[in-house]
Structures are given as C-alpha cells and as structure tokens.
Write a protein that binds this ligand. Structure first.
Ligand code: ARG
Length: 228
C-alpha cells in the first residue's frame, strides 16, 4: 500500500449535493445524512478530519478532477462513463430509479413515459441520462436538484420526475398529492468517487469500508435513515 495524499493536510475533503435526502441534506448550515455519516466513519478510520463542500451534482466529478475535493459521496451511481473520469470505491448501497407522479396522473408505468410526456430530472444524474436516451432530450427538463424537479411537478411544469427511490420517498412524504409508481426503472450501485491520480486513497478507503461493513457500521447507518 502506498501513501495517499489529500487536498488539505489531515483533512478528507468531500464534495456532495445536499438536496438528496436521506443521503445528504442540510440541517441549518450542516450537511447531514447517510453519506455524511459514512464519510465521517471513513475519515475516522483514516485518521483524518472531514470537511464537506456542497455543490451542484453536475460539478462533482470536475471538482474531483480539479483537485478541489478528495472524494465525492453523493448517492452517486457507478457508471462506465463516469469510470473514464474518476475511480470508484467498492459500493456501499443500492439505488433504484423510480417515477414520481401527481395523484390522478395518467402515467401508470414506465411504458407510459413514451407517450409524449415531459420528464423532470436532476441535471447530470443517471436519471437524466437514461431518460434522454430512452425518450429524447425534448422530453426531458433537467433541474439543478431533486427538490426543484419535484417543485416543477407540483406546478405542472413536468408530468413526472425520475429520481432515486429514497429521496423520492422523502419528497412524496413532504408534499401532498404525489405518489411513487410501483415500477422500478433502473437498479444501480452507489459508491464514493476518487481521483484517478489517487489510487492509494481509493485503496485505503476500500480497506476502511470493508471494516465498516464487517462490523455492521454501514448497515447501522443505512437502517437509521431508511425505513424498511
Ligand atoms: N444516483 C444518481 C446518480 O448518480 C443521482 C444522485 C444524485 N445525488 C445527489 N446528491 N443529488 O446520477
């Protein structure tokens, strides 16, 4: 194992987009949630302090490449395309792309998305990518984050929102008149992204992550935030 370096000495700097509960959201000035707690546990294992920077989801990979942050934990899905630009640690959770509609919507399943619907997504996410590929750019409106996409749905600016399941459940619980369709669009794996120039950090994070899986810490954090 080689030595790893970090952007700031003794600090693990993490980028995220804190509009994605329960993975990351704001409580006052503080970013809290599953990813914040997992990152804190990883930083503790590595003997580092944790600092979290909140930014647009679409800026995270560039921030890693530019050396602004060491890692990103953001409910980020591992994809072949992203792997060209960053390395990923082992996965720590599973995500599912689901569809949110207003009560009374004529969209009942994934198949109905093909009927000239306008789909709201979070910019730069896998949902954005898949919907653009499957239904065409003209049928997709990208918002800077999931919360604003859901606001657009409430205001009838879009016919549905495609987003990860756990935030979808939080948004539906927080707003009247919305529901999640009982169909899974895509299943994916979440992992931390790290610079390709820092393989020693990825290796150290994987070792720490394995220990945190083995002693039940990761499952404990997931269970604390995700209702069965
Ligand atoms: N899992 C999706 C992706 O990786 C969405 C993640 C959005 N995360 C966030 N913190 N806003 O593209």
């Amino acid at each position: 194992d080689g030595e790893f370096t970090t952007v700031a000495d003794g600090v693990l700097t993490m980028g995220t987009n804190a509009a994605f509960p329960p993975y990351e959201y704001k409580e006052g000035d503080q970013v809290v949630g599953i990813d914040a707690e997992i990152a804190q546990a990883l930083a503790d294992k590595l003997g580092l302090k944790l600092e979290i920077l909140d930014m647009d989801f679409a800026s995270l990979i560039t921030a890693i490449q530019a050396g602004k942050v060491d890692i990103s934990l953001a409910g980020m899905t591992v994809t072949e395309e992203r792997k060209q630009n960053v390395d990923f640690t082992d996965s720590y959770a599973t995500g599912v792309q689901v569809i949110i509609v207003k009560d009374g919507s004529d969209i009942a399943s994934v198949d109905d998305l093909a009927n000239d619907k306008i789909i709201g997504v979070q910019e730069g996410t896998t949902g954005h990518l898949y919907c653009s590929d499957d239904y065409g750019e003209d049928h997709v409106i990208a918002y800077t984050n999931g919360a604003t996409a859901v606001q657009a749905l409430l205001q009838d600016k879009v016919d549905c929102v495609v987003i990860d399941q756990q935030p979808a459940e939080e948004f539906v619980e927080a707003n009247d008149g919305l529901k999640i369709l009982d169909t899974e669009y895509v299943v994916e794996n979440y992992a931390a992204a790290v610079s390709k120039d820092n393989p020693a950090l990825t290796a150290a994070l994987n070792k720490a992550l394995q220990e945190l899986k083995d002693d039940g810490t990761i499952q404990g954090i997931l269970d604390k935030y995700i209702k069965a």
